[in-house]
Design a protein around this ligand. Structure first.
Ligand code: AMP
Length: 401
């Protein structure tokens, strides 16, 4: 990696400002899903074992720049204390005298969690002065382990790094950058990209970039219909982004010219509407009934996609193949997840990004059978689109880079 890692820092006795992603669902003061907290524990323990004094900061939800108890991180402090087996102190503000004196009072191996950084409007504006105030809480050492926020130029991600001596990636961030970076820069080939989900507009740059670096691409989910329409296929009342049909057509032309292996669904599960799932039928794409909606890929498509995945040595997957939240339309997504798990067990590197693909993996109990499940939906998409993430650029370069 070209950026400093937490492994490169001299942590003993130092106050270290650690930007983590504790943006977890909370209702009635209870944490409903602790996965994001669990994922960063390794980095926290790494620091604590080396005698660091940890100052943790995160955002939670969208409190729109004002304090709001509904978005307080306090419940996280309690859970974190159980998970780490040591007290976690909490302060009601992420900057100011209370936070400063609490950070100074920390002893090596102790932890302080700051209140939601988004209680200040300067956070999302990447305010310099605010970044400077955050930096006052550490002894020149900053660690970013919040990959899911790395695509945002916010103060606790970017501005703060100007006021510290060293800004390094945490272990989770490091792993994300390694897997996604290797896939794009030096994939073991063949490299197969699998894309799905609702909106092609979100993923057009990902399609363009992956067409340059991958060896083949499988497109399912609603976004496939914009491409199918561009090909002149009947798509019934399936979700199409009319203003992207022309662009989809151009990408298909380019793929054809370059003999790039781009696969679209050949059959699908259709119904008169999502609410009328009981009338579901599986039809070939060219037999799509007028007015019916495509809600999942069909068995022939799954067979084609699975064959292609079975040939891969690297697979990247983002986005479900159908409306996987509603039965029976999770079938295609779960079938693709199984193909990924199967090929992974033969030593292939599989990378899954995006909240929906991860939800589908969890639903099918396959999370542990994937090489790397990215914690950042938006961030992993921007990475795959070939963009540099502001939160990564802001980290200190390793000597020699
Ligand atoms: P995205 O956020 O772009 O990854 O899209 C995820 C959403 O796409 C999920 O909520 C799916 O229900 C939805 N989706 C996938 N396939 C279809 C489809 N054929 N028709 C409508 N929505 C779909």
């Amino acid at each position: 990696m070209r950026k400093l890692s937490i492994r490169d820092l001299k942590l003993a006795e130092k106050r270290v400002f650690m930007r983590v992603d504790f943006n977890v669902p909370i209702s009635n003061g209870k944490i409903r899903d602790d996965m994001r907290i669990l994922q960063t524990l390794e980095t926290l323990r790494f620091g604590l074992e080396r005698g660091a004094r940890l100052v943790l900061a995160s955002h939670l939800g969208r409190p729109k720049g004002k304090p709001n108890p509904e978005f307080s991180l306090r419940p996280v402090a309690e859970l974190l204390s159980d998970l780490l087996g040591r007290p976690v102190k909490f302060v009601n503000d992420c900057v100011g005298p209370e936070a400063e004196s609490a950070s100074l009072a920390l002893k090596p191996g102790e932890v302080l969690l700051l209140e939601n950084v988004r209680f200040h409007p300067e956070e999302e504006k990447n305010g310099e002065e605010f970044g400077k105030q955050l930096a006052k809480l550490c002894d020149g050492l900053y660690v970013n382990d919040a990959f899911g926020t790395a695509h945002r130029a916010h103060a606790s991600v970017v501005a703060i790094t100007k006021f510290v001596d060293q800004a390094a990636a945490g272990l989770l961030m490091e792993r994300e950058l390694k897997f996604l970076g290797d896939a794009l820069e030096r994939p073991v080939r063949p490299f197969v990209a699998v894309l799905g989900g609702a909106k092609i507009s979100d993923k057009i740059e990902v399609v363009e970039n992956l067409m340059k670096v991958a060896d083949s691409m499988l497109i399912g989910g609603a976004m496939a219909y914009t491409f199918l329409k561009a090909k002149g296929m009947p798509v019934g009342a399936s979700r199409v982004e009319e203003d992207k049909v022309e662009l989809a057509g151009r990408l298909l032309d380019e793929a054809r010219k370059r003999k790039f292996r781009l696969f679209l669904p050949v059959d699908h599960a259709v119904a008169p509407s999502l609410e009328q799932a009981a009338q579901m039928r599986v039809v070939e794409m060219d037999a799509t009934p007028v007015g019916w909606v495509g809600l999942d890929i069909g068995p022939k498509t799954v067979a084609i996609f699975s064959d292609e995945i079975a040939r891969a040595r690297t697979v990247v997957w983002n986005g479900p193949m159908g409306v996987f939240e509603v039965e029976p339309f999770s079938w295609g997504t779960i079938a693709v997840a199984r193909s990924l798990a199967a090929v992974t067990s033969t030593g292939v590197t599989s990378i899954v990004g995006g909240g929906d693909s991860m939800a589908a993996l969890r639903k099918s109990g396959l999370v542990d059978r994937i090489t790397h499940v990215s914690t950042g939906g938006g961030a992993s998409l921007e990475f795959l689109a070939g963009r540099q993430l502001p939160g990564v650029i802001a980290l200190t370069d390793k000597a020699g880079h």
